[in-house]
Design a protein. Sequence first.
Length: 95
Amino acid sequence: MKAIEIIEIIKNKCAENESYFAYEMNKTEQLGNAPIIAEEGDCEGGGDYSMIVRHFENYNIYIRETGYYSSYNGTDWNNDFEEVFPTQKTITVYE
C-alpha cells in the first residue's frame, strides 16, 4: 500500500471523527500498528502549532497531521495529511 492510499483511508475515518488520527488510530485492522512517533503542541503551554507523526509499521510509511491549539477550544486538526520521512540532523547548542 502506498502513502496516498493510507491517507485516503485516514481521511475517510476523519470525516466521521475529526480527531481520529491524533487520538484513536494506534492500531487498526486495515492498517495495522500506527504508533505516534513524534508530536508537538496539543497542550497548554505547548504553543499554538500542533503536529503528530504516526509510523504505519506494516508499510514503513510516516504520515504527519498538523493543527492549531488554543486554550479556549483545544486542538483544531486540519485533517491535512502528508507523507514525511525521518531525517537525522546535527545541531550545535551553546550552554
